[in-house]
Write a protein that binds this ligand. Structure first.
Ligand code: AGP
Length: 609
């Protein structure tokens, strides 16, 4: 998730671009750059690190000009570096491009371009766009961009400039946000509204497959076939700047909960090949090496550990490989049994968690192959592991992990399917049907988020609780644990999670009318057992909040509140069941007046032991 700004108008473009990028820095911040239409052509300035590094250079060596594009990067392909920073230029240096999104077929496009003499200088997927525009350009920049985007698989929001068109920015999008702020004699292209609010509140929302030619006096939008769109979507923004940075949501945490469909979709993107093979080149193992794996060891902390627990079920069920999951802080000091036939998976959204990094070193010293799952390109875990699978959730600002957790689970579904394919433990038909259902999970999450009836009311009833219990069985156990972690982290209500069948061996002593019990009761082979456990605690006065499947009427007889999720197969219920619990914690915490984005005593990455 990167931030894009483009400007055409009477001001100094560099001022507008840097100001806008500062408003978008929440979208990514490993490097930044601008391309300005100067008198002598397109001038590109890029710097590694935060935007302030770029601003410093431009302050000391200004680049005058009223047209330009800018970018703040959240790396997806290629480590953070000046060479990989945007804008990217073509061979002639007359075209420059900024991009947000993922181009899935960039490897084949790179090969094609290189074979026809183009010289690509970065490790990014984006650079192919500049060279494709170069190859299609015959005098009409918008037409060249239209032909270019027709060649791209994946997601993109693009800003393109060309020295032959010094008064124009061309913008295009598919599955990545892009808007155009409509000013008086000036127009501003941006990934998000905060970047344009200083200049205008009138916004044109670019739709998928549309290409806009933006000049100071007008914006012409065309569809994929080059026809002018007569009625582009216009809106007037009435949020203040703070609300706009949070996309109109009250907090980053809520925004990030609502970003989950996109985060999951982006993480799954491009993972199924046309041949029915799961694409996971990051594993960098031959089928023989995978077959030789006799054990998987997952290490992680906190929320990431819960994702690891979900993965245990997936990998054992699908690939029939035994899986151990351990918190990194224990693993590193326990003299663990791992060797060169063990695959160690280190899960860490930040990529910087000290205990997990130490566990990675420990495992590699013992000869294990280590694959990291992280959300941050270039983070330490990526440098210390043998392979990296990225989640594409975009930066998560709220300290409590939400979208990174569900994106981790999405990545782990892919890994489990890949291992199953390599081991030959699932038929092609089964892989295909699981993949189809998995691809639908973002829509399932969207449906949950579109129907929050009852959630706020339910939360309001338990605002004064001092203690709570979360129960689940099977794949519902880590989901209950994550639900409890979310509640305690952001609301400061004590929350304990237990395997529902284990509850009667101790925690049942805690049950009173004042202790709400949240139960993961989605449909599955232990559903009846879960209902029995509910009855056990209910008989002791507990109030039940059940997360249950639409159409399950029986559950209403056993629970005070039912938070509904669409039906999925049991093994795919982990993500849907998580979402109502995130929201429950959120609304309880808000009702208690807590700062959900920065809970007390917590840090986003825990870089100390
Ligand atoms: C999650 O809400 C927490 N803030 C915390 O438990 C977190 O998951 C843990 O510190 C691990 O972080 P990582 O994924 O960055 O390694």
């Amino acid at each position: 998730m990167c931030g894009i700004v483009g400007y055409v108008g009477p001001r100094q473009a560099s001022d507008v671009l840097l100001g806008g990028l500062a408003r978008l820095e929440y979208r990514g911040y490993d490097s930044a750059g601008v391309a300005i239409m100067a008198e002598d052509g397109v001038r590109v300035v890029r710097r590694l690190g935060k935007l302030v590094n770029l601003s410093g250079v431009i302050e000391s060596e200004p680049v005058p000009g009223g047209v330009g594009i800018g970018h703040t990067r959240w790396a997806t392909h290629g480590r953070p570096s000046e060479e990989n920073a945007h804008p990217h230029a073509d061979c002639t240096g007359r075209i420059a491009v900024v991009h947000n999104g993922i181009i899935e077929n960039y490897v084949e496009l790179r090969e094609e371009l290189a074979a026809t003499g183009h010289v690509l200088r970065s490790e990014t997927d984006t650079e192919v766009v500049a060279h494709l525009v170069e190859s299609y350009y015959t005098g009409d920049l918008a037409a060249a961009v239209t032909r270019t985007v027709a060649r791209l698989d994946g997601s993109y929001a693009l800003g393109v400039v060309h020295a032959d068109h010094p008064d124009t920015v061309v913008a295009a999008r598919k599955d990545s946000p892009l808007i155009i702020g409509l000013g008086e004699g000036e127009n501003i292209v941006a990934s998000d509204i905060p970047a344009v609010l200083e200049y205008t509140r009138d916004v044109l929302v670019l739709h998928d497959d549309q290409v806009a030619t933006v000049s100071a006096g007008e914006v012409v939008v065309r569809d994929g076939s080059g026809e002018v769109v007569a009625d582009p979507e216009l809106m007037r923004v009435d949020w203040d700047l703070d609300a706009a940075e949070k996309g109109g949501y009250e907090d980053f945490m809520l925004k990030e909960i609502f970003e989950q469909p996109t985060a999951i979709r982006e993480t799954l993107r491009g993972r199924m090949g046309e041949d029915g093979e799961i694409q996971l080149s990051e594993l960098d193992m031959t089928p023989e090496q995978v077959t030789a794996i006799d054990r998987v060891f997952i290490i992680a902390c906190g929320t990431s550990y819960h994702a690891g627990m979900v993965a245990k079920t997936l990998i054992e069920q699908w690939a029939r490989i035994p899986v151990e999951v351990e918190v990194s802080s224990e693993f590193r000091y326990r003299d663990p049994i791992v060797d060169d036939e063990t695959l160690v998976v280190a899960i860490t959204q930040s990529g910087e968690t000290a205990d997990t990094l130490a566990g990675v070193r420990e495992a590699r010293e013992r000869g294990a192959k280590v694959i990291a799952i992280t959300n941050v390109v270039g983070s330490r875990v990526t440098r210390e592991s043998d392979g990296v699978i990225y989640t594409h959730a975009g930066p998560e600002i709220g300290v409590a992990a939400t979208k990174t957790f569900t994106a981790q689970i999405a990545a782990l579904y892919v890994l489990a399917l890949k291992l199953a394919q390599a081991k030959g433990t699932l038929s092609d038909e089964r892989v295909e049907s699981l993949w189809l259902e998995l691809s639908n999970i973002p829509d399932v999450v969207e449906a949950i988020l579109a129907d929050l009836d009852g959630l706020k009311e339910c939360a309001a009833e338990y605002t004064a609780a001092c203690s709570s219990l979360f129960l689940g069985r099977g794949i519902g156990v880590p989901i209950a644990m994550e639900g409890a972690l979310k509640l305690k982290e952001i609301s400061y209500i004590h929350a304990e999670a237990y395997a529902a069948g284990e509850m009667k061996h101790g925690p049942i002593a805690l049950i009173t009318e004042e202790v709400p019990v949240v139960v993961v009761a989605t449909q599955g082979h232990t559903y009846e057992k879960v209902v029995s456990n509910i009855q056990e605690v209910r008989a002791r006065g507990a109030h039940i909040i059940a997360v249950a499947t639409h159409g399950d009427d029986e559950i209403t007889r056993h629970a005070e509140h039912v938070l509904r999720v669409p039906a999925t197969s049991e093994v795919l219920s982990a993500i849907p069941a998580t979402v109502p619990m995130q929201l429950l914690s959120y609304y309880i915490a808000k009702a208690r007046g807590c700062n959900v984005d920065q809970p007390r005593n917590l840090a986003k990455s825990v870089t100390v032991e």
